[in-house]
Ligand binder design. Structure first.
Ligand SMILES: Nc1nc2c(c(=O)[nH]1)N[C@H]1C(S)=C(S)[C@@H](COP(=O)(O)O)O[C@H]1N2
Ligand SMILES: [Mo]
Length: 311
């Protein structure tokens, strides 16, 4: 049996105390499926929720100040709620139900399954990472996500060799998502995709939290993808389905406007959008201009995946 040993930084000082050894053992057993999950297993030794998770020191400093929480949670692209006004999204999410929540994992995998999000979170190594986040519209932010690497989930379902891409689908709930009714010509539900190596890249997070708390609805509660080297639209929100496929899947924005939005959509300051430059970006909320970095500054982690190609 393969037991995952947490990296040194994942074991907080306080958990080195003898009383917490019991909890760590319970969490480990639960993680490998030997114990039924119980609410008491969540997070810290005192039974508190797993937020805030411990910050991964490799992603503690994004080289820019962390965006104020009110700004990152008050200026959102989430067309299902409002396809026009980013500042209105947060005021239109009240009816959106985020529990219970399941994710169907299907397609070319040995172990297709429907995951309950609460169970999944308990069994995954939650960590906090501060990432730069760059929208294709040339605004950006710097925020601490809580989540776990997507590869942890992918390994668990054992993709077949024919699986070359991963497709993600957002929940489709017109009754709770006024933007879907408002913009009914869009091909809802929102869908996205990654190549398998991108999905397996250690940078790619399944996020369930922001600013040390569960994700606000406007930021994609209860669970979303974060691929920080790509334009923001690749980071699909409120996902209910993950499908492993052989062929490059269609994606929402690429299907709507292929000349403007590609499949790979890696942040690239040298490749202008047909209607605007991508050389700089405006940092919310003050919109000061800063230079946009290749792969949003994550070249070191991801450039090898695109060696010799322009993506
Ligand atoms: N389901 C869904 N996911 C989505 C979107 C959307 O409209 N619907 N917008 C995308 C875009 S364009 C961006 S920039 C980010 C915005 O994430 P944020 O609101 O947390 O900043 O979400 C992405 N994920
Ligand atoms: Mo975006």
């Amino acid at each position: 049996m393969l037991i995952r040993v947490p990296a040194g930084w994942q074991i907080p000082e306080r958990e080195a105390a003898p009383e917490s050894a019991y909890w760590n053992r319970r969490r480990l057993l639960a993680a490998v499926g030997l114990l039924p999950a119980s609410p008491l297993l969540r997070g810290a030794p005192d039974g508190k929720a797993p937020y805030p998770a411990q910050r991964n020191p490799e992603f503690a400093d994004a080289g820019r100040a962390i965006t104020e929480e009110w700004a990152a949670t008050g200026y959102n692209n989430f067309y299902e709620f409002d396809p026009q006004d980013k500042q209105a999204v947060k005021d239109k999410v009240a009816a959106f139900q985020i529990r219970p929540w399941t994710i169907e994992v299907t397609g070319l995998v040995a172990k297709p399954q429907t995951l309950d999000l609460d169970q999944l979170e308990k069994s995954m190594p939650l960590e906090e990472r501060v990432y730069r986040f760059r929208c294709v519209e040339a605004w950006s932010m710097v925020v601490p996500w809580t989540g776990f690497p997507l590869h942890e989930l992918i390994r668990r379902v054992e993709p077949k060799p024919e699986a070359k891409f991963v497709r993600f689908v957002t929940v489709h709930r017109p009754s709770q998502m006024p933007g879907i009714r408002q913009a009914n010509w869009y091909p809802w539900p929102y869908f996205e995709g990654l190549r398998m190596d991108e999905a397996m890249n250690p940078l790619c997070l399944v996020a369930t939290g922001l600013y040390g708390k569960p994700l606000p609805k406007q930021n994609g509660a209860p669970v979303r993808i974060v691929a920080p080297w790509k334009y923001g639209y690749k980071s699909i929100k409120s996902i209910v389905k993950i499908e492993f496929v052989a062929k490059q899947p269609a994606t929402f924005w690429n299907q709507l406007q292929p000349a403007e939005y590609g499949f790979y959509s890696n942040v690239n300051p040298k490749k202008p959008h047909p209607r605007w430059s991508q050389a700089t970006e405006k940092v919310i909320p003050r919109m000061e201009r800063v230079a946009t970095l290749p792969y949003n500054g994550y070249e070191k982690w991801v450039a090898a995946m695109y060696a010799g190609k322009e993506d």
